[in-house]
Design a binder for this molecule. Structure first.
Ligand code: GLN
Length: 202
């Protein structure tokens, strides 16, 4: 039922699950927190929250979630990843911990903790390609940046110095920042519209 109330999974092993849940529910989606493979059943989209990508990687492998999530992404499941979630979607990871893996889904390279100690966290506003209205107020928290954008991937936002902080391939939307923290729902809305059109996972 690709109905008007899509069921969205939030990977809930670790990270800022609650902020995403609030935003998705405001947009009229139903939410399930994904901790086991059974929780994937029926979802029409997946959010990978901010948090710590190395921990998400370890826990998703330990709980047998990594392979089913890779499969679902290969099949076309719409995904929104913020910060650590962006890292989990990258085909290529720079400055991961030893042995750290990602789910992939986006042909990009991402560098973890790219802002260093001095600018660990900061707020700014960004123009986002494809969105009408004002710039988006966003928070960067020990954020990654995208260091390579592959074929078929669009850059949605860059910092003033040109560094890429938001990308999309029409299925996987990845943001280095946290609109779920700063409260602008426009990119979540893009994702929820995709999920509405996607058939529930078997
Ligand atoms: N630095 C974190 C990581 O490597 C990401 C930080 C965040 O999600 N806010 O996963």
């Amino acid at each position: 039922m690709g109905g008007s109330t899509p069921l969205i999974g939030i990977l809930a092993l670790q990270g800022d699950v609650r902020e995403h849940r609030r935003m998705l529910e405001q947009l009229g989606a139903s939410v399930v927190e994904v901790r086991t493979t059974a929780d994937l059943q029926g979802i029409q989209g997946l959010v990978i929250p901010g948090g710590e990508s190395s921990v998400m990687d370890k826990l998703s492998r330990r709980f047998g979630l990594a392979e089913p999530i890779r499969w679902a992404i290969d099949e076309g499941l719409p995904v929104l990843g913020t910060c650590a979630g962006m890292i989990m979607l990258a085909a290529e990871l720079v400055d991961g911990i030893s042995g750290q893996e990602t789910f992939g889904g986006l042909d990009i390279a991402v560098q973890r903790n790219a802002f260093g100690a001095q600018r660990e966290s900061f707020d700014t506003s960004l123009r986002i390609a494809g969105l009408d209205g004002p710039e988006m107020d966003v928070s960067f928290i020990r954020a990654p940046i995208v260091t390579r954008v592959g074929a078929g991937v669009d850059t949605l936002a860059t910092l003033d110095d040109g560094r890429v902080v938001a990308v999309d391939n029409g299925q996987c939307l990845a943001l280095a920042f946290h609109p779920e923290v700063s409260g602008d729902a426009r990119l979540h809305e893009v994702f929820v519209s995709r999920a509405r059109e996607y058939p529930p996972m078997p």
